[in-house]
Design a protein around this ligand. Structure first.
Ligand code: MG
Length: 359
């Protein structure tokens, strides 16, 4: 029986983790459930799964990870980083679905994981695919990592058309069903930039070894090229339950999702990622390459900009402009402590709010 401490239990990924546990009661149980604000949903999960601990807006409270086998970090945004660090410092196996932990805190999280003997297992579909293609090892030699991108709902839009797209348009993702923030990040391709940074930290890759290509069907979830010319990919219908369950059972596999019917799908397509139309992608890569607190600034400003876009307050291109403005104004620091990252995050949000709302 794998005991799971789930942080972010009422969000999109958290609900799917609960579904995986619900379907495999002999394999999995919850030792702790933590949510951000949805107390009613937490109460329902608490009633169903009877964890030792159930917390809403936990902050630093509670002994969340002491008795778990897997710390599952599914909280969204920069807020997830502090939980990831706590789980890592408890020396746990950490199933990581929070992107910001590695995007903003990759250097710190990986260093602490090494120090405390924690294991980071990716849950994002692309990084899980890479993990599977690398024989479930993070030290398998490879020559290149290729992340696939659906391209989001605006792949075929011109730069001019992108000025007039709305939040409702952005939330219509063609292949994946996800939370609002990440769906908008998929539309700007900021999310794909994040995934390149995550791949760098997870697999010790140089940025020159990581590429993103557009694959509109979202059937090939990513692939790895090896020295001898072989490429190994992981394929499946777009369904997060598979990477969630695999993070909990690997290297074992258990029944989870329907198997692919390739003949019914017919054809798969791949094309270059049109980075020139999606400045958030380029900004993310530049911040990742710069390192230090640059990605934390990018992310903090991005979270505020997406919030404003979802509220109808700014246009789609203004998301990138807000991020770029914060990056041009906030001084960088070394990213070797949580405090430095939190400071960069706070300053970026202040700069973004100043630009967005004049406060
Ligand atoms: Mg992904």
């Amino acid at each position: 029986m794998v005991k799971i401490a789930l942080v972010g239990c009422t969000g999109n990924i958290g609900k799917q983790v609960a579904e995986v546990v619900r379907r495999n009661p002999a394999l999995f149980s919850f030792s702790a459930l933590v949510c951000g604000e949805n107390r009613a949903a937490l109460d329902a999960l608490k009633e169903e799964f009877k964890p030792r601990l159930a917390l809403c807006a936990a902050g630093a409270a509670g002994d969340i990870f002491s008795d778990c086998d897997v710390a599952f970090i599914a909280a969204g945004g920069f807020a997830g980083l502090s939980y990831t660090l706590r789980a890592v410092r408890a020396g746990k196996k950490v199933a990581l679905a929070n992107k910001e932990s590695l995007v903003c805190g990759g250097e710190l999280v990986m260093r602490e994981a090494e120090k405390y003997g924690a294991e980071i297992v990716p849950v994002d579909s692309e990084h899980s695919a890479l993990f599977q293609a690398l024989s479930c090892r993070r030290d398998t030699p490879f020559s290149r990592l290729v992340l696939t991108a659906s391209g989001g709902p605006f792949l075929r839009k011109t730069a001019e058309e992108l000025k007039y797209v709305t939040a409702a348009d952005a939330l219509r993702h063609p292949t994946w069903s996800m939370g609002a923030k990440i769906t908008v990040d998929s539309a700007t391709l900021l999310n794909k930039g994040y995934e390149v940074i995550e791949a760098k930290w997870l697999y010790g890759a140089d940025f020159s070894q990581i590429e993103a290509i557009v694959h509109p069907e979202s059937i090939v979830h990513s692939l790895v090229y090896f020295e001898d010319g072989a490429a190994i990919a992981q394929l499946g219908y777009p369904d997060m339950r598979l990477p969630i369950q695999f993070a909990l059972t690997y290297p074992e596999r258990r029944p989870c999702c329907p198997q692919l019917d390739l003949a019914a799908i017919g054809s798969l397509h791949f094309e270059r990622l049109p980075a020139e139309k999606f400045p958030c992608y380029t900004l993310a890569l530049a911040a990742g390459k710069e390192g230090g607190t640059a990605p934390a600034v990018l992310n903090g400003a991005g979270e505020e900009a997406v919030r404003a876009f979802l509220a109808g307050g700014i246009s789609f291109p203004q998301i990138a402009e807000t991020i770029e403005d914060a990056l041009s104004r906030i001084p960088r620091e070394r990213a070797d402590s949580f405090e430095a990252l939190a400071r960069a995050d706070r300053r970026a949000r202040e700069a973004a709010k100043q630009r967005l709302y004049g406060v």
